[in-house]
Design a protein around this ligand. Sequence first.
Ligand SMILES: [Zn+2]
Length: 284
Amino acid sequence: MKTKIVFSEKCLNYGGWHIEGPQRVKMAHEFLEEQKYEFLEPTPAAEEDVLRVHDADYVWKLKKGLVEDPDTPAYENIYEYARLSAGGALLAAEVNGFSLMRPPGHHAGHGGAALGVSTRGFCYVNNVAVAVKALGKAALILDVDGHHGNGSQEIFLGDERVVYVSLHRFPHYPGTGGFSEGNCLNFPLPADCGERRYLEALDEALGMVNVGRFEVVAVSAGFDTHLGDLASLGLTENSYREVGRRIGLLRKPTFFVLEGGYMGEQNGRDIDQLLKGYEEKAVV
Ligand SMILES: [Zn+2]
């Protein structure tokens, strides 16, 4: 079994100057192509799919280019790029694949900026949330991006079918996720805490959830926890392999959606290790 990767070159066509720019995905794609992964081309999510997650007013403003903050520009046609990225998550959910698309999504809440945070942290539409809502299944969302997914927490807090687990650097952007609340289990970790501490927290987190009740595992797969990246927790390629193994051991249909990770080819290497670890342990 080799996990299929969902990718469209269209996601490289905007935001060349921004840290959340095309290079981070382009270089990852090139690396993964060399590793002989199979790629699938997504189609845009339907507006109906987006509206299961976001307020109609916010979607209207996104379309019109009326919503902008210092992190998250109102690029021309950004709604179309965001719909395609959400479509990537939908296809990944369908084929148990990995969506290698941008823009990312986990900071986007119902109406844009989530939980009182002032920006959307490079996110427009919450891709993983669009996929989980479309599936309508009991889902465990595991967010391993180095930042807390305040958008995902806002969207799923109190949702009885979903448990949201996040491991993230704290204190750090966006400032939320310092404690757990209801069905949202947060594991704040100090900067550069290192692999051992990280994996202990992950094991603790996974030990707290009743995995048997979930029909699907959705992974918000961010790689900015890598040593030296934006939300570094001092992780290495080996750490992602270990994370992948733990996800595989959950023995559930699983899909992955790219969030952050800003070191280009390193993202590709980390994705490859995550998927190799996952495939080692997952039941085919
Ligand atoms: Zn991040």
